[in-house]
Design a protein around this ligand. Sequence first.
Ligand code: ADP
Ligand code: ZN
Length: 367
Amino acid sequence: MNSVLTVPVGLGDRSYDVMIGDGALEAAAPRLPGIFPRQRAIIVTDRHIAPLHLERVTAVLAGAGIACDPIVMEPGEATKSFAGLEQLVDALLERNIERSEAVIALGGGVIGDLTGFAAAVTKRGVGFVQIPTTLLAQVDSSVGGKTGINTRQGKNFAGAFHQPRLVIADTAFITTLPERERRAGYAEIIKAALIGDATMFDRLDAAGANVLHGAPLARAIADAVAFKAHIVAQDELEHGRRALLNLGHTFAHAFEAEAPRDAIRHGEAVAAGIALAFRYSVARGECPASDADRVETHLRTIGLPWSAATLAHKDWDAGRLVARMRDDKKNQAGEITLILARGIGKAWIDPRIDAAHLVAFLETSLS
Ligand code: ADP
Ligand code: ZN
């Protein structure tokens, strides 16, 4: 078997491991009987993923003496809704799920976030196991316990912190992922390096486009997960440092809100947002321009957007973007919070951004 890396997330009695690599699923099998005491696993997945990967998961669980009971949801962001939650909680209760049990989320961020939230609220909390099938979910959303759904007011506006019991990030799952999704997921890897690990960035940059496949990718996933695990262990509920993980995201959420549905992927918006966070830091005289240049060059090498103008949607208005940024749920007292950088690996949190100055900056960078 290929080597599987295990990254612990240290949260006291809620600690868990993230197992990463080609064959992580098989490597995790001996742990599963302890998590599924009734020898059955309810697996939540979607209609795209089920035909691709459900059979393998079912076979590995059967080998561990666990019978599978799948719930197949509609793919797409619309499933991450009150309607989707109701459907899923209903399905879990119909199956008489007990608190001693766990439910498996087999899928991308939509399935992971929805299933985690359903697990948090069903019978006031059942266990759950993340088996992320997108690169984005493997490096980011499956780790750290943020679960939730979108509401009319915005993305992830209803949710709960609910940590998984185990995360199985098997890179074999992402072989069926379109290249565009893979690249988009990589944006969250580079984000980790840029926040706080300059030597990780050097490694990624040296690998260039090779970092998207094989052993370099597994290593990069493990590095990003270890970085995130470290921050989550210090600040599980995001009272402070955990906000650093939002590097690029205040810009990204504005792009996502302003673009037509499905025009840009989350990771693409994050890539452009990261580049802008560096450029804005340079504009404020707080970051060497050479670091912003390196970030942009690396994003271009990967084939990711590296500015607002290189996103698939281009019709941006600086004032409208900043208005969206004001709505960000992480803001305090109506002020815009941005994660800025003093250089590669040196991100910091500025909770009082001057909106007019930001509009002026965006107008220049859009023109
Ligand atoms: P994320 O939020 O992690 O980017 P989503 O949950 O939005 O991902 O899923 C994106 C799309 O990719 C969905 O249509 C989903 O069904 C599909 N998908 C998820 N995992 C895979 C996979 N391993 N292979 C092919 N398609 C997948
Ligand atoms: Zn993100």
